[in-house]
Design a protein around this ligand. Sequence first.
Ligand code: CTP
Ligand code: CA
Length: 225
Amino acid sequence: SGRDAFPRPLAGRRVLVTSGPTHEPIDPVRYLANRSSGRQGHAIAQAAAEAGALVTLVSGPVAIPNPPGVTVVRVETAREMLAAVEAALPAVLAVFAAAVADWRPAEAKGAKIKKDGAAPPPLTLAENPDILATVSGMAQGRPGLVVGFAAETNDVIAHAQQKLARKGCDLIVANDVSAEGGVMGGTRNTVHLVGRDGAIETWPTLDKDEVARRLVERFAGMIVL
Ligand code: CTP
Ligand code: CA
């Protein structure tokens, strides 16, 4: 309303955000993971809450605090993340910022694998479910706006465009995560918005919190309420 200092464009709307890495167990003491800090996803969840949304944040294991005003569901593996996402729907907006492990050990051993003097144990991998593609393809109850991320080390835009087409989401937020950029674990981010219509927008390098606020404003404008 006109009396509010800040507009709350998502007031009362349900929003789902995934964030962080997943951990895929090898045995009870070891896992496969990646360098995602969860900063960008958590910042988006917080910005959506500040815009008035009822936010569920499905987060993998991260070292950062829960954002205020957000319902946080903690998971470990990709398969747990998919189940938590399905349980958190419906939502008008779903943002998939998590760095989901693409593969998991095909078999998680029930007991610690011992170094028994023989050759190193082989690690056979199985493919994890694609959470973004699953939600994008929902025949019923698909969120009106489904946003994916694309973390790339090269050919960022081309890879993002291919991802958008392959996964069937509405928008991809692409960023360069090659080591030089320091995005993984860092506090700043340079993003490119890749739309279904082929439109590409490159934003200046900004704090992840500021990227989050601007993204939420953009998403709110795209949602048909
Ligand atoms: N994603 C997902 N579930 C997966 C893998 C990815 O939901 N099992 C989502 C991510 O959260 C992100 C988008 O899909 O929003 C793109 O993730 P990315 O890892 O960049 O794409 P992949 O299809 O896994 O391709 P690759 O890792 O080979 O680049
Ligand atoms: Ca991947």
